[in-house]
Design a protein around this ligand. Structure first.
Ligand code: F6R
Length: 637
């Protein structure tokens, strides 16, 4: 075991890694509770800087629990939020004012006079003064004791986008294109994402006495590694946190995944060479020195921190052949196993054949993006495929689209009186003022739109539309982004489909995603459902078959070569068919606002091509495209 300080030699801030976001939040909430209580004992206030977004949701839930179950009082707490969108009313469902009240303030005893959120509703001429007053109010309260931060994929903290100076103060800023794209799911409909925000500056944040930055999920891993290990620079404002003498990064395993000590531990100290670690190291080496596996030399190993691997498992020739074979064995054109063939070195068993296969899509289109080509193959190779759409995906459909569908329906019904067929009108009311039944009608139309797209996509992929099952999980239908409360009814619905299909193979996604994302919620529900379906293993307890679970990924976070257990090549025409299927989903045809011309479906296509190139570069056969899967260890369930 290497000494801690050695493995952390590249880290310029203090980093704490927890198994889950929940575990990290329990620790932090405990510390906050201690701060509040010790201040209360001294008759003083605790001044907290708060953040919004998905990241702090679990922290706020834990603080609410401490208030309700352990009597933690917030009466002596003063809060200052980092930021607020500019140009939307306070009662807009996506304002940070609404967010903070829904997620925290409405559930604790914080006096309304002690909470502060920048005002995004002022006329521009008044913003400058208001920002100055915001800073003065922080100072008047003695400064921030603790500032909680999330981090954006641009490296922003607060809304200090790339380009923000180290000494910037509270001000009106323009949101970065990537930030607006990330916010798009909250503001469905083009041009609805605010363009501006009011945010505390980097300088304001750095004045807090202590700072804790939270990050969960693999999507944050890259920016976290840059902020922790990279140079300080304006193009990555979170890197300025390195200047603070009391800052901590609290991460889950997935968000820590790109730190050198996690990703490339052999570069920062001695390691125990387990088979997966040596596989990762050897494929990394091949990519690093840009040579196929079979052409790696002893000196390549020695020069890249792998001399001890060479000594214990070498020479290079032996290591090269071993890992070449391992990679080679991941490739198969028979994702459901090949009947009658020796399956010793195949990713999937030959028998039973055909197999019952359950494909789970957290939202419609996930299955096409992640495994559209494989889905087609499974059907063509005679397997009994069921595609279960866990959520309806209705939250991603814009009001405009639903309105257009309503127009179509009324036109088709031949009535000019739209109130009879569907009682909503274009631009009638802002979302906050709509009646419940009107909202329910919109939601229903949005569900139907996505069902239609999903069926059309299956049809294009040669999958019978009868394979589709729409579960419309209740946590999604009754929730909004960041306000999902999954429960027993959700687990039961998945258990039911598992017991009905009794799959030999289940394809799923969402492991390692940010814990409040739809994908991650669906994945943890699946694990619970599998446990429930297995019961205690007795005959009467339902599902006891030996089911292999295969994880697919959507293209924004493709598997790296060393993580892959099954690689399914696609020919040019198979890739084209997959692309046509993806194209049936409107959201995949859209260009993200303010970004390049890249459409979402093109990202999927290029991810499959990039993986094929990576296999080629390792010395495998040259394919047009590859879809990849990782086997989920049963004991992890
Ligand atoms: C929110 C804020 C932002 C978020 C960041 C991450 O008040 O200031 O910097 O912390 O955009 O957002 P999530 O947590 O949604 O990934």
């Amino acid at each position: 075991m290497q000494p801690l300080s050695e493995s952390r030699q590249r880290e310029r801030v203090s980093v704490h890694i927890h198994d889950t976001a929940r575990a990290a939040c329990q620790v932090l909430a405990g510390e906050i509770a201690e701060l509040i209580r010790s201040r209360a004992r001294e008759g003083r206030q605790a001044v907290l800087g708060l953040a919004t977004g998905s990241t702090p949701v679990s922290l706020y839930r834990e603080l609410i629990r401490l208030h309700k179950e352990e009597g933690l009082s917030f009466a002596n707490v003063v809060t200052f939020n980092l930021d607020e969108y500019y140009g939307i009313p306070r009662d807009h469902p996506e304002s940070y004012w609404s967010f903070m009240h829904q997620q925290l303030f409405n559930h604790i005893d914080l006096p309304a006079s002690q909470l502060h959120i920048p005002d995004g509703t002022l006329p521009r001429s008044a913003v400058f003064d208001a920002c100055r007053q915001y800073e003065e109010a922080i100072t008047a309260h003695g400064g921030l004791d603790l500032q909680i931060l999330g981090i954006g994929r641009t490296g922003h903290i607060g809304f200090n986008e790339p380009g923000s100076g180290r000494d910037s103060r509270t001000r009106l800023v323009t949101l970065d294109a990537l930030t607006r794209r990330d916010a798009e799911r909250d503001f469905p409909g083009e041009d609805k994402v605010p363009r501006y925000a009011v945010t505390m500056g980097v300088g304001t944040i750095l004045q807090a006495r202590s700072i804790v930055l939270l990050a969960w999920g693999e999507a944050k891993a890259r920016v976290i590694a840059q902020a922790v290990e990279g140079e300080q620079r304006e193009s990555l404002p979170a890197s300025f946190l390195q200047q603070h003498d009391n800052v901590r990064f609290l991460l889950d395993n997935a968000a820590a995944g790109e730190l050198t000590r996690v990703k490339l531990p052999w570069l920062v100290g001695p390691v125990e060479w387990t088979p997966p670690l040596s596989h990762r190291a050897v494929t990394w080496l091949s990519e690093k020195v840009q040579r196929p596996l079979l052409k790696l030399l002893d000196e390549h190993y020695a020069e890249h921190g792998m001399a001890d691997l060479l000594t214990t498992q070498g020479p290079a020739y032996t290591l090269n052949i071993h890992h070449f074979n391992d990679m080679q064995h991941t490739i198969t054109g028979w994702p459901g196993g090949k009947a009658g063939a020796d399956d010793t070195h195949r990713p999937e068993r030959a028998t039973p054949y055909p197999k019952r296969v359950l494909v789970l899509a957290p939202e419609p289109s996930d299955e096409m993006l992640g495994m559209g080509g494989t889905l087609t193959r499974l059907v063509e190779q005679g397997h009994e495929v069921t595609v279960a759409y866990l959520t309806s995906g209705s939250l991603a459909v814009s009001d405009e689209e639903a309105e257009m569908a309503a127009e179509l329906i009324s036109g088709y019904l031949g009535t000019e009186d739209r109130d009879k067929s569907c009682h909503f009108h274009k631009d009638k009311e802002p979302a906050t003022l709509r009646s419940e039944s009107e909202e329910a009608d919109r939601r229903r139309l949005k569900r139907l739109i996505r069902r239609g797209e999903a069926r059309q996509a299956l049809h294009s992929a040669n999958v019978p539309v009868t394979a589709a099952h729409f579960l419309d999980l209740p946590f999604y239908e009754t929730g909004r982004y960041r306000q999902f409360y999954p429960g027993e009814a959700d687990v039961n619905a998945i258990t039911e489909i598992v017991l009905k299909v009794r799959p030999h193979m289940t394809f799923a996604t969402g492991a390692g995603q940010e814990p409040n994302s739809v994908g991650a919620i669906c994945f943890s529900l699946l694990l619970k459902a599998l446990r429930a379906a297995r019961g205690d293993g007795s005959e009467s307890c339902g599902y006891t078959d030996n089911c292999h679970i295969w994880l697919y990924r959507t293209p924004d976070k493709a598997w790296q070569t060393h993580e892959i257990n099954m690689a399914v090549p696609l020919s040019p025409s198979q890739l084209a068919q997959k692309t046509r299927s993806i194209y049936q989903h409107k959201r995949q045809r859209d260009t993200a606002p303010d970004t390049s011309d890249t459409k979402a479906w093109q990202i999927a296509e290029s991810a499959n091509r990039t993986l094929a190139k990576a296999y080629d570069a390792l010395g495998m056969a040259e394919y047009e495209a590859i879809e990849a899967f990782q086997r989920w260890e049963a004991e992890k369930c």
